[in-house]
Every structure is written in C-alpha cells, then in structure tokens.
Design a protein around this ligand. Structure first.
Ligand SMILES: Cc1cc2nc3c(=O)[nH]c(=O)nc-3n(C[C@H](O)[C@H](O)[C@H](O)COP(=O)(O)OP(=O)(O)OC[C@H]3O[C@@H](n4cnc5c(N)ncnc54)[C@H](O)[C@@H]3O)c2cc1C
Length: 389
C-alpha cells in the first residue's frame, strides 16, 4: 500500500514488481557477473512501456508523472540497478525534448523514443570536465544550414547502443561566462563521423556500457539544435539533470531496499548461539536503522518528483534526494553485508553486488560533493540576510 499513489498507479507498480520477480531476479546475478548486456530484458522493458513512461501521450508515451516514474525505477533497481541505467538518460533526453524542443523536433523523435526504437543517451561529461561542465571543449560550428560537431564525450551510458545522443557543445567558444555559449544537439547514431571509443570496465553497474563517444566532423542539420536558438543548452541540461537525479536517488532506494529485504530474510534463517541472529539486539538495531533510512530517502525522492511534476525547478530537492538516498544506499549495503557475515563477501548471494553497485550513485548525475554545493547555494539564497545598510 503506497500512500502517495492512486489505485491505477499502484497497479502499475505492482505489475513492474511482478515483472522483476519473474523475469529479472532469476537472471540478474549471472548476467551481472558475466558483464553481459541484457538484450532480452531490454526487449521486455520495451514491451512493458518502460521507454515511454513520462513521454506525453500525444507523442505515444504513457504520460506518467515523475512520482510514479521514481517508483518504477525503484522496483527495477530492486531487481538489477543496471536496468534503471538503460532507462535513465533515455527518459532524461525525452524530457528535454518534450520541454524545450520545437514541435517539429518532438514529432520527429518522441514517438520513436516512446516505442523504444530510438533509445537516448546523454553526452555531457568530457575528459576536461565532469563536475565542471563549463570546462567542456566540444565545439559545434555553424556552416550554412548545418552545424559541425568536433570533440569527444566520456562516460556515456548506453554510449554504444543508443540511437540518439543529446550532446552539449560550445556554439560560441568565446562566450563569458562559458555556459552562455553552449547548446544541445540531437545526433542520431548513424550520422557519419560519430563512433564509440573505449568502453570502461567498472566495479559494478555492469551489463550496461559506459563508453567514450567520438565526434569527428559530425554534420547535423541546424534543426537538430534543441529548441529555437543557440546558447540555451546549459539551462536545458541543468533542468534535465533534475530528472536524472530523481532517477539515481530512486535507484539508490531500490538497491538499498533489496539489500534490506535480503538481510532481514537471512537474519531469520541464520542461527548463532542457539537462536536466529534476528533475535540479537545488535542485528535488530541494524535492521531498524536500515529500514528507517530507506523510508526517509524514499520520501525525499517523492518530494523532489512532486515538485518536478508541478513544472518547477527542483535542484534543491533533487539534490537532497540524490545525496541522502545514495549515502543511505552505501551505508545500507555495507550493513546488509555484515548481517550476512562471511557469506556476504561471496558471490553466492546478491549482497556483494548491491555493495559494488552502490558507489555509482555517489558519483553519477553529479557527485555528492557537487550536490552539497548545489544545496548550499540554494539555501544561502533562500536564507539570505536582508541588506541592513
Ligand atoms: C558509470 C558512470 C556512468 C556515467 N554516465 C554518464 C552519462 O551518461 N553522461 C554523462 O555526461 N556523464 C556520465 N558520467 C559522468 C559523471 O557524471 C561524472 O563522472 C561526474 O559528474 C564526476 O565528474 P568527473 O568524473 O570528471 O570527476 P571530477 O569532476 O574530476 O571530480 C573528482 C572529485 O573532485 C570533486 N570535486 C570536483 N569539483 C569540486 C568542487 N567544486 N568542490 C568540491 N569537490 C569537487 C568531485 O566531487 C570528486 O570527488 C558517468 C560516470 C560514471 C562513473
């Protein structure tokens, strides 16, 4: 029973939960250990409408709100966090298109994205700038009715398999501050000059690729610049990242929930000193602390999602949700591992996977140090002292 969702949305979440139990849990551990892309599961996600969740109905999507989307992401991550990664930047790109794109751009891309035929990726970070987005060096030079993109993006989730890349580039490299000269471009994969570079071998978050994507004189029509005019890309991306942060925070809740559920089950099965370890107060304290933190994280995600649903910027709320949920996930997955004792450190249980997946959420969609800066900036603005001169 979810106090925040109506009956129809609860039924949808229950359907996703059943899908995870039936299709994901039986195969996730093997796929993850093999670092194998989950082709079959992605096809099933497509059938389930997971690529169309928040895309408006007018463009073939389900038109769900971000509150419901966050619950879906939590359920998918409870099964295998990487599945939420396959969906994340796709929904983020679709959001930017639906919110800031021209009608022609929406018509051209969103129906194919909703059908899962065209899957989105986000090219923001570069070797020269991850946290420092304004330090990117990729350029887009206007030539007649086209732009020519040069540079390379690092860390692109779905970088090899995506069908459409939203790429941040400098359209006015002389601009001060730099963000005013940045624009976002929509680039389809088969565009000449676009290629995938190295693919990273990671600690966790396996199965989904994280790749370098190279743009060597990639020519796109000027109509592929998101929106009506150049210089708006940084703003588009910052608003889009709020959706990404809701996703990452919801993922963290899902992974932490999975770790908690496994731990409370194991604690009732494992006996020491003549009784289940769940009867030892030290273990009970852990379980209580884990569950309380997870619930608090879930509520922060809900708050951020609701504000986004109202069409408002929510960098404070999304930042708090992402910061708290990911730190919670990191803490809870280690606590769950402790509950499992020696077996927690083996590949016989999922708890070691949760522990390896958790740190991604500390870094992805902006590190937690950057979230703290965003939160503090907003707080200082909100609590600014009145000018007493
Ligand atoms: C698996 C994975 C998937 C990713 N997917 C994508 C993707 O799809 N698209 C995309 O564009 N990017 C993606 N990223 C990139 C991710 O967003 C960046 O890694 C992240 O923003 C940090 O940037 P960086 O790696 O350059 O670290 P840096 O910016 O070099 O930061 C290094 C350290 O310094 C700290 N730091 C930096 N600046 C400050 C400051 N001002 N104050 C305090 N501390 C600071 C950081 O918090 C961090 O601890 C992905 C990353 C990973 C690991």
């Amino acid at each position: 029973m979810d106090l925040f969702l109506d009956d129809e949305k609860q039924a949808l979440i229950a359907e996703v939960r059943r899908f995870v139990e039936r299709e994901v849990l039986p195969v996730a551990r093997a796929l993850e250990h093999a670092d194998q892309y989950p082709d079959e599961l992605v096809e099933k996600l497509k059938e389930l409408g997971m690529f169309s969740t928040t895309i408006p109905e007018a463009y073939g999507g389900l038109g769900l709100d971000f509150s419901t989307y966050a619950r879906i992401i939590e359920q998918l991550s409870r099964g295998w966090m990487s599945l939420a990664g396959v969906v994340n930047t796709h929904i983020l790109v679709a959001y930017m298109l639906a919110t800031y794109g021209t009608e022609e751009q929406r018509q051209r891309f969103l129906p194919r994205m909703a059908a899962g035929e065209l899957r989105g990726a986000l090219g923001l970070s570069e070797a020269s700038g991850g946290s420092d987005v304004q330090a990117i060096s990729m350029t887009a030079e206007r030539e007649g009715d086209t732009y020519i993109l040069n540079g390379s993006k690092l860390w692109v989730t779905n970088g090899v398999r995506a069908g459409i890349y939203a790429v941040l580039a400098r359209t006015d490299p002389a601009s001060h501050p730099p963000y005013k000269g940045m624009s976002l471009f929509l680039v389809e994969r088969n565009t000449p000059g676009l290629s995938a570079g190295r693919v990273f071998d990671k600690l966790g978050y396996k199965g989904v690729e994280t790749a370098e994507v190279i743009f060597d004189h990639v020519r796109v029509p000027a109509t592929n610049l998101l929106g009506e005019r150049p210089g708006q890309g940084f703003k588009h991306v910052m608003s889009g990242l709020e959706v990404g942060r809701i996703n990452v925070a919801a993922r963290a809740v899902g992974v932490a929930q999975a770790a908690f559920e496994d731990a409370i089950k194991y604690a009732q099965q494992r006996q020491t000193f003549g009784q289940p370890i769940s009867q030892h107060q030290a273990i009970q304290f852990k379980l209580a602390d884990m569950a309380t933190r997870i619930e608090a994280a879930r509520l922060l995600v809900e708050q951020a999602a609701r504000k986004k649903d109202r069409g408002e910027r929510c960098d404070l709320e999304a930042g708090m949700a992402k910061l708290f949920a990911s730190e919670t996930c990191q803490h809870v997955t280690l606590e769950a591992m402790r509950v499992f004792g020696g077996f927690g450190y083996t590949k016989e249980f999922n708890v070691e996977r949760y522990y390896r997946d958790a740190p991604l959420m500390l870094v992805g969609e902006g590190t937690n140090e950057i979230q703290s800066l965003v939160i503090a900036r907003q707080l200082l603005e909100r609590y600014k002292l009145a000018d007493e001169r």
